[in-house]
Design a protein around this ligand. Structure first.
Ligand SMILES: Cc1cc2nc3c(=O)[nH]c(=O)nc-3n(C[C@H](O)[C@H](O)[C@H](O)COP(=O)(O)O)c2cc1C
Length: 338
């Protein structure tokens, strides 16, 4: 085993046979949600993407705490940065890791997968896959800055820019040479955004080129998916994104189903309600009642999506301004779930 691989894998407990992380998701991977999924057996979490330059320009990070704060329930937790300038990464990582709170992050993840124009237009996110030299310079700067604090750096990338440029295997290999400690691949091209089917065959190709710990991501929703993946390729971990929205229980459901071989039972309404209230209260504690309730509206929509008459409940929850009214509606939903 190469030493980078050993060092990174040593962060994980040897007993955790199945490494299941929460994928970073802007608007969802908030501290309260990260804490909740950790309590419900996610192995690790990653903050949503934060601008490296934004940190450099605002080193006190007042407005960023809502994205970056660790939650006491989290086990392993990484901060994800995006940007297009190696100097920004050097400076931002120093600021973060010197900080008494953000410095608790277990590692730093670099975003090379964000498809949105606002990010790619500056040369950051998935656009870095088009510029492997710059991607490597960023990785090298980040690795050197984090090493000062004894911390490691991982990269999350797409399979490539479009179907004609599937270069995750080649880029992963080069990033390994820059001292990156682990790679996550979202098995879609930038061109696919979040649509179409993830093409997991890219994991095998990356595995052939790069011996770093490899985390698979894209359309992983069940124990069945993980079993299918295990037959295709040996991955070190899995990141679950959209399937965790409104279902923080997915990590324990997958673990149970992997052990028992059968479908796990439905989450009962009491636990379901407790989890949402815990999420809501965490947001209220973080940003206040009015803003917390507003931010939770889109999360509520995910929580109620599989309930009968979801649309009616969703419409009402979309108007929520205060905790009490949210809880009254959620109690009705819980009753409907039975
Ligand atoms: C609303 C939303 C926000 C996202 N934000 C981020 C982000 O901040 N950083 C990142 O690396 N990926 C982000 N992603 C991508 C996810 O981490 C993940 O790669 C993608 O959703 C595919 O996984 P899934 O099929 O399990 O959802 C986001 C995805 C969604 C749907």
């Amino acid at each position: 085993m190469n030493s980078k691989r050993r060092d990174f894998m040593s962060l994980f407990s040897a007993e955790d046979e199945l490494i299941l992380g929460l994928a970073p998701m802007a608007g969802t991977s908030t501290p309260p949600f990260r804490g909740l999924v950790s309590q419900l057996s996610a192995t690790f979490t990653i903050s949503e993407l934060v601008s490296a330059r934004g940190i450099v320009y605002n080193p006190h990070m007042q407005k960023m705490s809502r994205y970056l704060l660790p939650d006491p329930r989290e086990g392993l937790y990484a901060i994800q940065l995006f940007g297009h300038d190696p100097a920004d990464f050097s400076a931002a990582i120093k600021i973060l890791l010197e900080h008494p709170v953000y410095g608790q992050a277990d590692w730093i993840d670099i975003n090379m997968g964000c498809p949105v124009k606002k990010v790619c237009g500056t040369g950051a996110g998935a656009a870095l896959m088009l510029k492997p030299d710059l991607a490597c310079a960023i990785a090298a700067a980040a690795v050197a800055a984090a090493a000062e604090f004894n911390k490691m750096v991982t990269v999350k990338m797409r399979s490539g820019w479009d179907a004609g440029k599937i270069n995750a295997p080649a880029l992963a290999r080069r990033l390994q040479g820059e001292g990156v400690a682990g790679i996550t691949v979202h098995a879609r091209s930038r061109e696919q955004f979040y649509g179409g089917q993830a093409d997991w065959r890219v994991f095998t190709a990356v595995r052939q080129e790069c011996s770093l710990p490899l985390c698979g991501n894209g359309d992983i929703k069940s124990a069945e998916d993980i079993r299918r993946l295990q037959e295709m390729v040996k991955l070190d971990g899995y990141q679950i994104g959209r399937a965790a929205m409104g279902n923080p229980f997915i990590f324990e459901q997958i673990r149970e189903a992997m052990k028992s071989g059968s479908q796990p039972p439905e989450i009962n309404s009491e636990r379901w309600l407790q989890a949402i209230i815990n999420h809501l209260d965490g947001m209220i504690e973080l940003i206040g009642e009015a803003a917390g309730c507003r931010e939770m509206r889109s999360q509520f929509a995910h929580y109620v999506r599989s309930v009968r008459d979801a649309a009616g409940f969703r419409d009402r929850l979309m108007q929520i301004e205060d905790r009490q009214s949210a809880i009254e509606i959620l109690l009705e939903v819980a009753e409907r779930r039975g």
